[in-house]
Design a protein around this ligand. Structure first.
Ligand code: GDP
Ligand code: MG
Length: 471
């Protein structure tokens, strides 16, 4: 089996697992409105973010090998454009747009993973579009070009919540490119905040590629170093970390020479940096591999949260059972004592001729039974609802929250547990939930582990192959 087939069969397995075990649970308890696999079933996806005129569209055109996206100094394009491969077109034709569709289509056609973005409203729909392009670069991945960030534009001007949109897109994407340019090195706080809030911690760093673009516009090596320094400083301010992520230094030779006229610059330093654009292209073409990483952490994250949710419900039911058993036992004792006391009292008062021990026993038994029935009815009516209220008040005590991971996952499902218990008043079948729990656990433990192992194997395959090529 070659690499591509291996990756694709792993993907199919993972999707089947999510579809069969995680999605039904997610839908039943309101964890998600759409089947979970809808987010991950499409092709590997690269999201390109950055300031306006940082060169996003120029870079994309460069990779595609044709002028597909409009470019220009002013904020030309205010749309989110999904650019994907057209399987129906032959590659012999010159590269170009073969089909265009609008946002309405893109959000409603279930082949695409964007259904969950419907919530952003009509203004967003009119700024969302699809382009099919017959470029070989898109064979294994799709790209999203985005409108630039503009500090001066508010949500009201845009008519939709930009931060939330890129947060949602970043969740679906396997790789996120963030572009800076020397003029505005480090003013993408907006993007960073929403990425930080939406991407899971453990994959956050791996999934982002930082790019300093248009470096040909630096006036000298010193100037470039200064820009680089500023960018690093801003990045560490945003990430709260001291180590600096890799920053790809790139520029577009065509765009560069077109704009260079008149200005005198010492761009000899570019000679040493000429390869970075190719490296970036290489890094992006790894998107299908990142897709597997993404899938593994997708399964881990949602598996963890869903099993936490079920754990909360199971804990409620187990405690309810314990409470019932305890009250039942007390009820039993109370009934025996009560009936014995009644019989003794009746005898002492000489009301009934209770002399025959068999009659005494029989009467005692019946009395005890009556007491017990009354007790149980009262229990159901009053003390169980008190138990329920108490549990709802102490809902955070349902499951142990011993570390940050547990606290984080609890935070995401606490409301759902609360709602479900409220809705059902705690009356739901324990056995069914136990079954769901063990299935989700299995996917979470085994599935995620398997795919991580497979990923390790995969990097071995790659090493071997490249060694062979080297020889
Ligand atoms: N000098 C130079 N200009 C560039 C480079 N990349 C893009 N440009 C120019 O910058 C302007 C904005 O580019 P565009 O791709 O539209 O930016 P976007 O708004 O981020 O999509 C255009 O006029 C491009 O020609 C580059 O690497 N060097
Ligand atoms: Mg653009």
């Amino acid at each position: 089996m070659n690499r591509e087939e291996y990756i694709s069969s792993l993907r199919t397995d993972m999707l089947a697992m999510v579809e069969e075990y995680l999605s039904p649970v997610a839908l039943r308890y309101g964890y998600s409105d759409t089947p979970l696999e809808a987010n991950i079933k499409w092709r590997p996806l690269v999201l390109v973010l950055g300031n306006y005129s940082s060169g996003k569209s120029t870079l994309i055109n460069d990779f595609l090998g044709a002028n597909i996206q409009a470019t220009g100094q002013a904020p030309t394009d205010d749309s989110f454009t999904v650019i994907t491969y057209d399987d129906t077109e032959s590659e012999n034709n010159s590269i170009g747009v073969t089909e265009e569709r609008d946002g309405q289509f893109l959000l409603n056609d279930l082949e695409y993973p964007f259904e969950s973005l419907k919530k952003h409203g009509q203004r967003f729909v009119s700024h969302f579009r699809l382009k099919k392009v017959n470029s070989p670069f898109l064979k294994n991945l799709a790209i999203i070009d985005t409108p630039g960030m503009l500090d001066s534009i508010t949500e009201r001007d845009r008519g939709y919540n930009y931060q939330e949109v890129i947060g949602d897109l970043a969740q679906i994407a396997d790789l996120v490119l963030i572009l800076f340019d020397p003029h505005k090195a480090g003013t993408v706080r907006e993007a960073h905040t929403s990425l930080r809030d939406t991407l899971p911690n453990r994959t956050f760093e791996d999934r982002i590629l930082f790019v300093l673009n248009r470096i040909d516009e630096c006036t000298s090596l010193m100037d470039l170093l200064q820009v680089y320094g500023t960018l690093c400083w801003n990045l560490s301010q945003m990430t709260g970390r001291k180590d600096i992520p890799t920053i790809h230094l790139v520029y577009s030779p065509q765009a560069g020479s077109a704009s260079a006229s008149g200005v005198k610059r010492d761009t000899n330093f570019l000679y040493y940096l000429k390869n970075q654009r190719e490296e970036l292209k290489q890094a992006i073409s790894q998107a299908p591999r990142f897709r597997l990483d993404h899938l593994a952490s997708f399964v881990e994250t949602h598996g963890e949260r869903l099993s936490h949710l079920l754990e909360g419900l199971i804990s409620y039911r187990t405690q309810l059972r314990r409470f019932r058993m305890k009250s039942g036992f007390i009820g039993f004792l109370v009934s025996i004592t009560g009936s014995a006391a009644t019989i003794l009292a009746l005898r002492a008062m000489d009301i009934l001729p209770l002399t025959d021990p068999q009659v005494v026993l029989g009467a005692g038994g019946i009395l005890a039974l009556i007491f017990f029935v009354i007790w149980t009815a009262a229990l159901k009516r009053f003390s169980e609802s008190r138990f329920h209220r108490q549990q709802m008040k102490d809902i955070d005590k349902l499951t142990p929250l011993e570390n940050q991971t547990r606290l984080d996952s609890w935070k995401t499902i606490r409301e759902l547990v609360n709602n479900y218990l409220k809705k059902t008043l705690g009356r739901f079948p324990l056995r069914e939930i136990r079954k769901e729990y063990s299935e989700v656990q299995r996917v979470f433990d085994k599935g995620a582990k398997e795919i991580r192992e497979a990923l390790a194997d995969l990097s071995n395959i790659k090493d071997d192959e490249s060694e062979e090529q080297d020889e």
